[in-house]
Ligand binder design. Structure first.
Ligand SMILES: [Zn+2]
Length: 103
């Protein structure tokens, strides 16, 4: 991933994009082998090295996604459903468990 664009876009979108780049690298390696490179690659970088880099990008992005999800979960306010007594996000119109309206 290019360092200038590392933080551009939502973390969810960036995770999807990085995962797709890893999938692509894995597909190329599966088709053509780990120790070959793309014919247009002037740097002649082995597929295993490209896959390694994509894997590290995914690892970094997944870590960031995990931290983001923890933050939004901690920010969410919760309340007990008056019908089923399960803990539900306060911004739900209906309880996601028992589907009863918020009282
Ligand atoms: Zn409920």
């Amino acid at each position: 991933m290019h360092p200038d664009y590392k933080d551009v876009g939502k973390i969810t979108t960036r995770t999807i994009e990085e995962c797709s780049e890893l999938i692509k690298a894995l597909c190329k390696a599966e088709r053509f082998g780990w120790f070959t490179w793309h014919p247009d690659d002037v740097t002649k970088t082995f597929n295993i090295e490209k896959t390694y880099q994509e894997l590290l990008d995914v690892k970094e992005t997944v870590q960031e996604l995990l931290e983001y999800l923890i933050r939004i979960k901690l920010k969410q306010t919760w309340a007990l459903c008056k019908s089923c007594r399960k803990s539900v996000p306060t911004n739900w119109e209906k309880c996601p468990y028992c589907r009863k309206e918020k009282a």
